[in-house]
Design a protein around this ligand. Structure first.
Ligand code: AMP
Length: 175
């Protein structure tokens, strides 16, 4: 198997009934622990980013930090963390989104993006799209220009990309 995307796909581990009954969790830690696969996972994002003028990468708590920060390092641009409510120490913008039961909130530091900066959003997985739509709303609130949202994995049957419209969505492993 020489195709890096096929190798990445083969390494993703399905964990049924985690974190609760009926969910099949896509575990990406087998990619992280393997030096070649980890590099390959960063490379698929980098290939997509090359040729685009990008000012900052925004990563979503928590696995979006693993991929997003490595991509930002390689592109020599800044990295902005979007975190679950209550984790960021300074003044924040907040966006709420719905979960299966009730609502949750994501936060971003108010001074992390300047108006007009060109942003790529990165997370490990797109499911229903609620989390990344909240992240997109935060980027919009501070005047960032969201070029596209990139995900290692997309669960297509949940139609999460519809929630991100009109932001272009790119994913590398589709299920
Ligand atoms: P959503 O808001 O439904 O698109 O959920 C996306 C967020 O939840 C991402 O940050 C993922 O890391 C996590 N997530 C949702 N579903 C799964 C799944 N089946 N396996 C792994 N992570 C998931």
């Amino acid at each position: 198997m020489s195709d890096p995307v096929a190798k990445l796909r083969a390494a993703v581990r399905d964990v049924p009934n985690f974190p609760k009954h009926g969910i099949v969790f896509k575990d990406i830690t087998p990619i992280l622990v393997d030096a070649q696969l980890f590099r390959a996972s960063i490379d698929v994002f980098l290939e997509r980013c090359r040729g685009q003028k990008i000012d900052k990468i925004v990563g979503i708590d928590a696995r979006g930090f693993l991929f997003g920060s490595a991509v930002a390092y390689e592109l020599k641009v800044g990295f902005v963390p979007i975190r679950k409510k209550g984790k960021l120490p300074f003044k924040t913008e907040t966006a709420s989104y719905s979960l299966e039961y009730g609502d949750a909130e994501m936060e971003m530091h108010v001074d992390s993006i300047n108006a007009g900066e060109r942003i790529v959003l990165i997370d490990d997985l797109l499911a229903t799209g609620g989390t990344s739509a909240a992240a997109a709303a935060l980027i919009a609130k501070v005047g960032g220009e969201l070029l596209e949202a990139q995900f290692l994995i997309e669960l297509e049957f949940l139609h999460g990309r519809d929630k991100l419209q009109p932001t272009p969505v790119v994913s590398f492993l589709k299920y």
